[in-house]
Design a protein around this ligand. Structure first.
Ligand SMILES: [Zn+2]
Length: 140
């Protein structure tokens, strides 16, 4: 029997899904379960952040799980739209160029978009607070 207000489960508001006890460990290191509130298939790679699993091909995810990847995420529906492997890209510059390409392809700069591109291993930000001038003058 379906819950009468399926669209208004708590994860509809919070976008946080809670797995049931039954979990299936996948060969790629991800864990699949079913959300106890919305009864949708969910997947995690991090053990604490669950995403809806039906937005992308899981066998494709297996191929991607071994390395760095970008996730195109629809924040309005909490839906993983696609993942993109980055392992074929030689350096950070190429990754940035690829991100720009995806931004253009999926119109991510459109102010009305609900899509965001997330990097599984974002490059370390330049530590702006660690100024070289903090060193005493004359320090080698
Ligand atoms: Zn849920």
């Amino acid at each position: 029997m379906d819950p009468p207000m399926e669209a208004l489960t708590q994860c509809w508001f919070t976008r946080v899904h809670h797995p049931e006890h039954a979990r299936e460990r996948q060969e790629d290191g991800s864990v699949m379960s079913t959300c106890r509130y919305c009864q949708r298939r969910i997947v995690t790679w991090t053990k604490n952040a669950w995403s809806l699993a039906d937005g992308f091909n899981v066998s494709r995810a297996a191929e991607l799980a071994s390395g760095r990847y970008l996730t195109l995420h629809d924040v309005a529906t909490d839906f993983v739209v696609r993942r993109f492997a980055l392992s074929h890209l030689p350096d950070e510059e190429a990754v940035e160029a690829y991100k720009d390409e995806l931004r253009a392809r999926f119109a991510l700069d459109d102010p009305d978009t609900t899509l965001v591109l997330m990097d599984s291993q974002p490059p370390p930000r330049r530590a702006a607070h660690r100024k070289p001038s903090a060193l005493p003058p004359g320090t080698l």
